[in-house]
Structure formats: C-alpha cells, structure tokens
Design a protein around this ligand. Structure first.
Ligand SMILES: [Fe+2]
Length: 298
C-alpha cells in the first residue's frame, strides 16, 4: 500500500455544492454551504490545443467568475477536460491551466473522472464531445497513473480520481473496478472522489450491492464524496443529477462516513435544469441531511 492519507494537510471542508450560475443566490448566502466545488471548464472559454497558451487560449466567463468572487468560500477543482484515460498525447496547456486556476482560487484539491474525452480523428487529438467510459484495463491504469502523477507535480495539490457510471459492462477487463481504483491510488499517490450516485447507478444497471463494493475499496483513499439523483432512460438508470438523492444513496453515505477516516467533503451535485423541481428549499434540505451524515464521520 502507498501513503495512508493522499490529501496531506488539505482541510476538512464539510458539506458543499457543485457551483452553477442558477444557484448563485444560494451559494452566496452566508453559511448555506461550507465550500463550493467548481468545474473550471464551465468558468472559462477554451480555444483548444491550437489556441495558444495561458490567457491567449483560456478566457474567463465573467458572470460565473463573479459568482466565485461573491461567494468567498473555499473551493475544490473538479475537471472534465483532462481526459485521464485517453491514448492521445497529454494536453500540457490544459494541465498548466489546471495549475493556474487552482492557484488563483487556492483549490484544496483537484479531481477528474475516470473517463476520456480526447480521441484521435486521424489528424491529431479531437474532442469526443462527451465523457467516454474507460475499461478497467492495465494499459488504461498506466495512462491514468502517469497523468495523475504529472498533474500532482504541475499543480502541487492532491489529486482525486472519480469513479464513473458505466452503461455497458466490460466482461473482459483486466481488473475489477475496485481493484483498478485501489491500484491507481497506490501507484499514483492519489485519492478517490467516490461518487455514491455513480456507484448506485452501476448497482442498478449491473445488479450488485454497493455496500459490498465498499468492502473491496481502500476507504482510506476516499477524500471527497458526491451525492446526486438520476432517472430512468431507455431501460437504464442514468446519472442525470436530477435533484435530491434517493434513499439508497443516503444509505451508502451513512455506511461510508463510518468507514472513511480521511473524508474531507460531501458535495451535492445537481443539474441546473432541475432547479424548478427542487427549489432552493429543497437544496437546503439536502445540505441539512448531508450535514447530519458529516457529523457522524469517524
Ligand atoms: Fe460526480
């Protein structure tokens, strides 16, 4: 096993929410949440790999950045563009921007999904336009470990890998999902962002027990948790971030907080299109229930 606590001296933040502009009044209300999880890719315009470097390539989206200025809360960076499991060359300009953003907002840690969005179109790297599922294979593990180590070096901050929902099963993967995540943490010195709703999606679609899954995971690596809701789509259960988490996700959270000694944050994720259904009162209810779970952590 590698280091026991992959987040070092990062603070225990408490209960936070994934930022989006629709909930700016809630996020900016004093005491509403303890921190804000930020997908930096939503806060900038990226002209792509050929778009120069630094400020030439990346420019702020002013209204979104103003929300962070107003909120004055601790932040964590939750990226969607690193493409950690991609076979195309690493986007060094993107990693430099990850570092600059984390420095600017003093992000307590940086995370990314186990997925890939960069593909080759024959002329070089191209964006797939959505996150593609990565199989739990040893060559994917090598790619992810190398990129995570590079990000840690370049940013000087803890790195967390998030488990993804998968809508097709990889019958011939080299490793189980839990083995893949455990080995990734050991080899890269990184931690886990355990998305309990992604886990729940996988238990529904692939018929296994989420609590047993936790038995096989090295829970000392879990630094942050995501909670969310989903919806039925085409005969599958999808991670649509549709509102207050369902009861099985709360049960997984209760189980996890009693077993994850290095947990530092619980983040509520929901998509802004569902705001009319949940409302600010509904969001406050989710945060209050998450705070109860947080108070029971070990
Ligand atoms: Fe998530």
């Amino acid at each position: 096993m590698g280091i026991a606590d992959p987040a070092g001296d990062a603070p225990r933040l408490g209960v936070g929410i994934m930022a989006n502009l629709a909930i700016a009044p809630f996020v900016c209300a004093p005491g509403a949440v303890d921190y804000v999880a930020v997908t930096p890719d939503m806060f900038w315009t990226d002209r792509g790999r050929s778009g120069g470097s630094g400020a030439q390539r990346f420019t702020d989206v002013a209204a979104w950045v103003a929300m962070l200025d107003d909120a004055r809360l601790p932040t964590v960076s939750h990226h969607i563009g690193l493409s950690i499991a991609s076979a195309v060359p690493t986007d060094h300009g993107y990693v430099a921007q990850m570092a600059a953003w984390a420095e600017r907002w003093d992000a307590s840690w940086i995370s990314e999904h186990l997925a890939f969005v960069a593909i080759s179109d024959g002329d070089g790297p191209a964006a797939a336009g959505l996150a593609l599922t990565a199989p739990f294979d040893l060559d994917v593990l090598d790619l992810a470990v190398e990129r995570a180590s590079y990000v840690r070096e370049e940013t000087g901050r803890p790195f967390l890998l998030e488990n993804s929902p998968y809508y097709v099963a990889f019958e011939d993967s080299d490793l189980s999902e839990a083995d893949f995540l455990n080995r990734f943490c050991d080899l890269s010195g990184s931690g886990l962002l355990l998305d309990l709703h992604n886990l729940y999606c996988n238990t529904v679609n692939h018929h296994f027990c989420g609590h047993r899954f936790l038995d096989h995971l090295d829970l000392t690596r879990v630094i942050e948790v995501h909670i969310a809701n989903g919806s039925e789509l085409g005969g599958m259960y999808a991670d649509s971030h549709s509102g207050a988490p369902p009861e099985p996700v709360w049960a997984l959270l209760d189980d996890l907080v009693s077993r994850a000694p290095n947990l530092r944050g619980i983040t509520f994720e929901f998509h802004d299109s569902y705001l009319p259904l949940i409302g600010f009162e509904g969001i406050a209810g989710v945060i209050a229930r998450a705070r109860k779970a947080w108070s029971r952590r070990i």
